[in-house]
Ligand binder design. Structure first.
Ligand code: PMP
Length: 407
């Protein structure tokens, strides 16, 4: 009898399972719509030209070594990453009340934020503080906060299936009724998975209620640049909340907008009342990082920091981001046009109205096969509930789509 004989088999993580099924499928017409990663026309990940360039600079630099980074990460990475989120001229940066923790991807940044809040936010019994995540959301939000010890992770209304858009009244209603000091995880832009963001006016309404009801703002910014092609435009909501005086967290991922998925580059930006509060928060963050990963890896952060801190490279990166965003827009337009050309019943305007990497087709399980053991379906036979359409090609009738179902 093994010591591990009692260990139950865990269910696989859906999106990774789907990618493995996809890899194993010999069908040449397959397309993977599951994972939120950018693809080229050839269905391959894109190594950004600016990344290739900076990698060469790093290799050529004899001064660099593999010494441990500080616990909180590479200082020039942390400050430049926060600047991308908050803006060059951010009042909070000028007032010296911004801090940052280099993290392992956006997931790590959410994790560090969650661990900190569970320890130090909202008094003694704070694991009971409700954490609200949008309905629907990136699946991992629930587990990251639950695993940090929060006992009450709840959905807030976000998506109106009927109108295929934001359920603003529901969202505002949940903000109004949430217990004081509840934590709200807000998607900074290009909402995953609905591709639907609040407008500026709607964000203002959200901020007004959150301020009045004393709710904690925790932005998740995983797709900056993908919504509009412009970094500043995509950071509008985050920056607006800063101008309104919120103390808040913003988890940033550089996985998508730098194409650095496996390098695990993330940053947790902290905006506080003043420098003294930032200092104490960071001192506790050090303790949490120390027992989690001790100190972060350097390669990806170095690459991002060099890019952000060198004017020409920064300009080139912005250009690369725009290339990706523009191609996503083109894919959306092509998908919509093809669906319409095929005479597919229903309206498909939401395909181009939604933004970023994800799309909700509006189709529900009623339209889908009841068996989910295989995610392979013929496009001409049924259109599925697409989770993401970043590399949709529509070569005729025999296209197999790997899609993730959102129940
Ligand atoms: N937040 C959201 C909304 C995401 O979609 C993702 C990645 N799919 C992440 C966070 C995590 O990003 P990373 O891969 O950098 O951990």
């Amino acid at each position: 009898m093994s010591l591990f004989g009692e260990v139950p088999q865990a269910t696989p993580v859906a999106v990774f399972k789907l990618s493995n099924d996809f890899k194993d499928d010999p069908n040449p017409m397959k397309v993977n719509l599951g994972v939120g990663a950018y693809r080229t026309d050839e269905g391959q990940p894109w190594v950004l030209p600016v990344v290739k360039k900076v990698e060469k600079l790093i290799v050529a630099d004899n001064r660099l070594n593999h010494e441990y980074l500080p616990i909180l990460g590479l200082p020039e990475f942390r400050s430049s990453a926060s600047k991308i989120a908050l803006g060059e001229d951010s009042p909070a940066i000028q007032e010296n009340r911004v801090g940052a923790v280099q993290c392992l991807g956006g997931t790590g940044a959410l994790k560090m934020g969650a661990e900190f809040l569970r320890r130090w936010y909202n008094g003694n019994d704070n694991m009971k503080t409700p954490v609200y995540v949008s309905a629907p959301t990136w699946e991992n939000h629930n587990s990251v906060f639950a695993n940090a010890g929060f006992k009450d992770v709840r959905p807030y209304k976000y998506w109106d299936a009927e109108k295929r858009g934001l359920d603003l009244a529901g969202f505002l209603g949940d903000l109004e009724t949430a217990p004081k000091h509840s934590i709200f995880v807000l998607h900074a832009c290009a909402h995953n998975p609905t591709g639907t963001d609040p407008t500026h006016v709607e964000w203002m309404q959200v901020a007004e209620v959150m301020e009045r009801r004393k709710l904690f703002v925790f932005f998740d910014s995983a797709y900056q640049g993908f919504a509009s092609g412009c970094l500043d435009k995509d950071a509008w909501a985050v920056r607006y909340f800063v101008t309104q005086g919120f103390e808040m967290f913003c988890a940033q991922s550089f996985s998508k907008n730098f194409g650095l998925y496996n390098e695990r580059v993330g940053n947790l930006t902290i905006v506080a009342r003043d420098a003294d509060n930032v200092r104490r928060v960071l001192s506790q963050m050090e303790k949490i990082v120390r027992v989690t990963w001790s100190n972060p890896p350097s390669q990806g952060a170095r690459l991002v920091a060099i890019t952000l801190n060198t004017a020409e490279l920064f300009a080139e990166w912005k250009d690369n981001v725009k290339t990706m965003a523009d191609r996503v827009l083109l894919m959306r337009a092509s998908l919509q046009a093809k669906l319409q050309a095929l005479g597919t019943p229903g309206t498909w305007d939401h395909i181009t109205q939604q933004i970023g990497m994800f799309s909700f087709t509006g189709l529900n399980r009623v339209y889908t096969h009841t068996h989910t053991h295989t995610h392979t379906h013929l496009l001409s036979h049924h259109i599925r509930c697409c989770y993401c359409l970043l590399s949709v090609l529509l070569p005729g009738d025999s296209l197999y789509l790997y899609v993730q179902y959102q129940s």
